[in-house]
Design a protein around this ligand. Structure first.
Ligand code: ADP
Ligand code: TPP
Ligand code: MG
Length: 325
């Protein structure tokens, strides 16, 4: 059973058991998007993600980068809902308590927490194989879901794609390479992704559907296609590839990573053609590149994502825990 079948068949049924179902509907969204949305005093979005040594990061990642990364990937999920982060909880499992390592880990986390002015409000600490789980909570007056894509929408992504997958490769091979400025930039993009919090917030009322790119652009856009019952066409010629990536790897490799590599934590969203000026304006005032990479078509058969002009054979759409199990 693959990751998403497992979630759908085993975990999703548990979402129906809440007391609130009988009273009035207090959740705008439970399982199935980048975060759940609770409609209390204003909407609260909350999202949880775990990072496991050897799966999400290598054992020798600098601990300050790890602290930063753990919080960043969770804030990215809030951004993808157009939520503003408020507070977070942390569950950490450590093989041993090493003071210097922990101080560095905390400083990396603190760096990002200060930037977004969010406090840690609870958690859990245990001994065992290094694993970090963060639940991030945010206010969400006007959430953007995955299911709102409309036929004719343009499809956009923030920043550049493929950098993180390249960064992982370089980090693994670093002892056999000379690391120049470009290669160090790519490693940094893998270890310290930038959650697009301000952009996610600003896209509420503009984007029809949105998510963050964690597994790979094609895998993640498939979630929008399925939730919205549309097909998405991505033009590989339009993919935003950084100078650092193009300077360090050949074009085929760059395109493959941009389409399927994952770990970039950029936002992918759809918006109506009329919103094109608004998107351009946001890109300029926030100083974040935003690139149109395709469009939304009706799904005559099955909702899916197609790629044109791919210079590579697309054999997998992205990362999937338990793929082929
Ligand atoms: N063990 C679980 N129990 C309940 N819901 C889950 C579980 N694992 C994943 N989900 C839900 O499934 C959806 C997809 O999860 P995931 O692919 O991890 O999203 P993301 O890429 O945004 O982190 C989300 O709504 C998430 O909350
Ligand atoms: C050491 C290492 N090997 C491989 C990867 C690649 N990788 C691992 S998990 C993953 C997908 C994102 O993780 P997931 O747990 O699915 O995050 P979510 O989609 O829930 O945000 C990717 C691209 C990595 N980040 N680190
Ligand atoms: Mg997740």
């Amino acid at each position: 059973m693959d990751e998403f079948t497992l979630i759908k068949t085993l975990f999703q049924p548990l979402q129906e058991l809440g007391r609130e179902e009988q009273a009035s509907s207090s959740f705008l969204k439970k399982i199935g998007d980048d975060a759940a949305v609770w409609k209390g005093q204003g909407n609260l979005a909350f999202s949880i993600d775990t990072l496991v040594e050897g799966v999400h990061f290598t054992p020798d990642i600098p601990p300050d980068d790890l602290g930063y990364r753990c919080l960043a990937v969770n804030l990215s999920d809030l951004a993808a809902m157009s939520a503003t982060p408020l507070f977070y909880t942390l569950a950490i499992t450590l093989p041993k308590v090493e003071q210097a390592w922990l101080s560095a880990f905390i400083s990396g986390m603190e760096n990002l927490a200060r930037k977004h002015q969010i406090s840690l409000v609870g958690g859990d600490t245990t001994k065992g194989p290094l694993t970090i789980t963060i639940q991030a909570h945010g206010s969400c007056p006007d959430p953007v879901y995955r299911d709102g894509a409309k036929v004719g929408d343009d499809v956009y992504v923030s920043g550049s794609l493929g950098d993180a997958a390249a960064g992982l490769k370089l980090w693994l091979d670093r002892n056999t390479l000379t690391l120049d400025e470009h290669k160090n930039y790519l490693i940094q993009r893998f270890h310290r992704p930038t959650p697009r919090v301000e952009l996610g917030d600003a896209l509420s009322g503009v984007a029809h559907a949105m998510l963050d790119v964690s597994d790979g652009l094609l895998a993640d856009l498939t979630h929008i296609a399925e939730a919205s019952d549309v097909s998405i066409m991505v033009d590989a010629h339009l993919l935003p590839l950084s100078d650092a990536l193009l300077n360090s790897f050949d074009k085929h490799q760059a395109v493959e990573w941009a389409l399927t590599g994952g770990d970039d934590y950029e936002l992918a969203f759809t918006a109506p053609v009329e919103a094109c000026d608004a998107v351009r304006f946001l890109s300029r005032i926030l100083n974040i590149p935003i690139t149109r990479v395709g469009s939304v078509a009706s799904s005559n058969t099955e909702a899916s994502v197609q790629v044109k002009n791919a210079v590579i054979d697309v054999t997998r759409l992205g990362y999937n825990h338990f793929q082929n199990e």
